[in-house]
Design a protein around this ligand. Structure first.
Ligand code: TYD
Length: 344
């Protein structure tokens, strides 16, 4: 039976990659995107999808019950994959209001609709950050959620609603917790696209503190494949870690980027850490559970990073339109101005 898949946040980074992935992999399925097109949602990410007759786009917020219910009804939605979120830690530390609307309230509205319209599967895309930080070893799905930033607290709150809707109403939910993801179409505020695009402009790279924090990197197509495994084969009510297995310090990955771009290390600026004590030192995920569904990352880190760097080199118009926008410039000036000074 063909599916009608609602992909919320489908104009964002991982969401748009998932839209392309799904349209290609499942030629019988319809793909319906609901996206608020806030600063990070970009219709340019869906350029090749919009001409596909199996694709529909709706502008709107997941907090809007009328819009969500209308789409579920008219598009006869069978599966929901929720990418919609305010996803940037640095922004969440400046202003947490929007993130509670999208990351908590919106999840509740989607769950309510999933119950009402008898959705076959509800997959909620979460993050390794809900666990907080880990010095040694790896987080398992059974570990407690101990978020340490406003963003990760919002994501943990959304997850609690998913859990409760499954228990209370038997909604067939699945949650994935992905590690730091990278690849094409990522808004240039996260570490990699921010540093790649700044280095391409020969601008200094603000590395927080010593740069010894560790992140586990996952290429976006591997992330999409992991979500697919959990959506189609995951156990209902279950949570699945999706880790890339590539642990690198921020300093090391920054040096790799500079090397790939042929730019000098002297672009790196060690700046006072704007996240302060909320800066998580390390994330790492145990992926045994999703491994039992047959998933493991396929992309080698160096190749994937090289491909990503090349994509930003080849898609200058895409990111230049963003970095020249007033909204972007004012965020960068307001957030980085005080720590970068003349290097801004
Ligand atoms: P980020 O890409 O924002 O993802 P997350 O906070 O979800 O891990 O940041 C990755 C790491 O890079 C994190 O340890 C913070 C650090 N970082 C910098 O050092 N400088 C920057 O300008 C940014 C955006 C991040």
């Amino acid at each position: 039976m063909s599916r009608s898949v609602l992909i919320t946040g489908g104009a964002g980074f991982i969401g748009s990659n998932f839209v392309h992935f799904w349209l290609e992999e499942y030629p019988e399925d319809r793909v319906v995107v609901l996206d608020a097109l806030t600063y990070a949602g970009n219709l340019a990410n869906l350029q090749t999808a919009v001409t596909n007759p199996r694709f529909r786009f709706y502008p709107g917020r997941i907090e809007d019950r009328t819009v969500v219910d209308g789409i579920c009804r008219s598009e006869r939605i069978t599966h929901v994959v929720n990418f919609a979120a305010e996803s940037h830690n640095d922004r969440s530390m400046v202003d947490p209001t929007g993130l509670i609307d999208a990351n908590v309230t919106g999840v509740g509205i989607l769950l309510r609709a999933s119950k009402h319209f008898d959705i076959e599967r509800f997959l909620h895309v979460s993050t390794d950050e809900v666990y907080g930080q880990i010095e040694n070893g790896q987080f398992r799905e059974t570990d407690p959620l101990l978020p340490r930033t406003p963003y990760s607290a919002g994501k943990a709150g959304g997850e609690m609603l998913v859990r409760a809707y499954h228990i209370a109403y038997g909604i067939p939910t699945v949650v994935t917790r992905g590690s730091n993801t990278f690849g094409p179409y990522q808004y240039p505020e996260k570490l990699l696209p921010f540093f790649i695009t700044r280095a391409l402009q020969d601008r200094p790279l603000p590395l927080y503190g010593t740069g010894t924090q560790v992140r586990e990197w996952l290429y976006v197509t591997d992330h999409c494949r992991g979500i697919r495994s959990a959506l189609l084969n995951g156990a209902v009510g279950e949570v699945y870690n999706l880790g890339g297995g590539n642990e690198l310090t921020n300093l090391d990955i920054t040096k790799l980027v500079l090397q790939l771009l042929g730019k000098p290390d002297c672009l790196i600026r060690h700046v006072p850490d704007p996240r302060g004590s909320a800066h998580d030192a390390r994330y790492a995920l145990d992926c045994t559970r999703i491994g039992s569904l047959g998933w493991r990352p396929q992309q080698a880190m160096h190749d994937a990073l090289e491909r990503t760097v090349r994509w930003y080199c080849d898609h200058r118009a895409w990111w230049e339109a963003i970095v020249q926008s007033e909204a972007y410039r004012s965020f960068v000036a307001g957030y980085y101005g005080p720590i970068l000074g003349d290097d801004l």
